[in-house]
Design a protein around this ligand. Sequence first.
Ligand code: ADP
Length: 248
Amino acid sequence: MGDDFIVETKNLTKEFKGFVAVSDVNLKVRRHTIHALIGPNGAGKTTCFNLITKFLPLSRGTITLNGRDITNTAPADIARLGMVRSFQISAVFGHLTALENVRVALQRKLGTSFQFWKSDKSLAELNDRAEELLVDVGVQEYRDIPAGELSYGRKRALEIATTLALDPEMLLLDEPMAGMGTEDVARTAELIKRVSKDRTILMVEHNLSVVADLSDTITVLKLGKVLAEGPYSEISQNPEVIEAYMGH
Ligand code: ADP
């Protein structure tokens, strides 16, 4: 049933001047699951991500989102269709407080006129929603601190709050644990679990214990091709996967 899958790629291919970085990748991301993309360096994970979010043009293949062909859709339009890429710290404004950052994101999503925001009632509602999102990601106690002064892990949590403000159906997380200490990793893992309850998540992540803990399905890439796919219990027993990692 095509309906079970929120994103499907068919023969996703990217060539850089004749070098095939991603080769005929058929990926199906099941709705309301956490799906991880792993593989040794150079496997094509980042390129796949960039293709799916349309940061890079495809050489060949198709991508559908909710059954709709998005192969030629602009990145900005993709966000409006419910697929948002997160964990880009650059999306957080350092001089604004945590609360203000979320409020800006909410205002962007609602996109309503200045007249609307002049009403006290709508401003109060906006603040309430922003506070709720800070609670959701666990940084409510830093609401009045400039985002630039937050720790790395908390900045990333805030960034996810600004992403959630857009109310995405599908979130793409690019190495959400990169550069984090053990405590932040544990907190972020909990956050991802919570956020995934009514959303679909596709992530690239190097930390295999995190991947094992969080993912329903894992796609292993090697040299641009899908080497294996399945739950961690399966792919971790696959001799080809073991070799791909050991041989690196
Ligand atoms: P991964 O994220 O799995 O480490 P990448 O998607 O970054 O892998 O890269 C896959 C392959 O494509 C690598 O061999 C890399 O050198 C090559 N590649 C990536 N981006 C470019 C580019 N812009 N131009 C040329 N080659 C690239």
